[in-house]
Design a protein around this ligand. Structure first.
Ligand SMILES: Nc1ncnc2c1ncn2[C@@H]1O[C@H](COP(=O)(O)OP(=O)(O)OP(=O)(O)O)[C@@H](O)[C@H]1O
Ligand SMILES: [Mg+2]
Length: 274
């Protein structure tokens, strides 16, 4: 097991209270209340610009909130950012591995960042490479990797220090179905082997349904619904798909002015679903 298991089993892995982030006049995340239990795979869905990445950046201590608060791994993101960082792993929305280095060298950098040294560092890196199916490619430059291999390398980097909580911002974007399923299998293994909690954002409704225990759908910085995937579907009718759930709760697309015009679309969906 990892060394970061909670002292209090009733504690939440992630607990956000009125968490808010403004950029000028735009409120990107608006008084969000969120509770994620330890061991849960929790999906954050929402249209482009809904506030998912902003939410993750605050929870990973990369961006200060404008107001409100959150605890991650039992520690306050503002008062104890170091304690939070020790307990989390983060895979950003943009590819972050260094193409000019090999997979092994990228992992070595992450190991140093997390304070792992010597034989412990080496064995964790070997474990992570095997776990992610990258042992044979470890000595190749990352710029020769496929997108799926890079994503798996980034997951390996994020899990090296066996974090209690993993934050993954669109981890499977652009991956082919086989690579996507490999990433899902690895995430389920991580939860099974280490009891890891995972907060994941995705635009892939199959991923949301297959992988996530619970989902929150964000719309313009607010949570419009939280529930288990099957409950969210059945709430809209017997025939409803996850795409219907998304269309119903996530609103429409954003205009260039940054305003939403989703009312008509939501009404149409509501009529269609009865
Ligand atoms: N640093 C910033 N400065 C100004 N506005 C920002 C900044 N970061 C995000 N925003 C704005 O905040 C809103 C939420 O952005 P965010 O990146 O959180 O959305 P998202 O849900 O992750 O979208 P996507 O699905 O496209 O990744 C958007 O309107 C975005 O333009
Ligand atoms: Mg994003």
């Amino acid at each position: 097991m990892n060394q970061t298991a909670p002292d209090d089993p009733d504690q939440f892995a992630i607990l956000a209270t009125a968490l808010t982030r403004r950029f000028g006049t735009l409120t990107a995340v608006d008084h969000i209340e969120l509770q994620v239990a330890y061991g849960e795979i929790f999906g954050l869905l929402g249209a482009n610009g809904a506030g998912k990445s902003t939410m993750i950046k605050m929870l990973t201590t990369l961006l200060p909130p404008t107001s409100g608060s959150a605890q991650v791994g039992g520690f306050d993101i503002i008062k104890s950012p170091g304690e939070v960082r020790r307990r989390i792993g983060y895979v950003s929305q943009l590819l972050s591995a260094d193409g000019a280095l090999t997979g092994f060298e990228n992992l070595l950098l992450s190991a140093r960042l997390y304070g792992l040294h010597g034989s412990e560092s080496r064995s964790r890196i070997d474990d992570a490479l095997n776990f992610m199916g990258l042992a044979d490619s470890a000595k190749k430059l990352v710029k020769t990797y496929s997108g799926g291999m890079i994503r798996r390398l980034e997951l390996a980097q994020a899990m090296l220090h066996r974090p209690a909580i993993l934050f993954l911002d669109e981890p499977t974007i652009g991956l082919d179905p086989v690579a996507r399923h490999t990433v899902w299998d690895r995430l389920l293994d991580l939860r099974h082997s280490y009891g890891m909690t995972v907060l994941i954002t995705t635009h892939d409704m199959e991923e949301a349904e297959m992988l996530c225990d619970s989902l929150a759908i964000l719309h313009a910085g607010k949570i419009s619904v939280i529930g288990k995937p099957a409950e969210l579907r059945s709430g809209l009718g017997d025939e409803a798909t996850m795409d219907d759930v998304f269309a119903h709760y996530a609103g429409g697309s954003i205009h260039e002015s940054g305003t939403f015009s989703d009312v008509a679309k939501t009404r149409r969906t509501a009529q269609r679903l009865g």
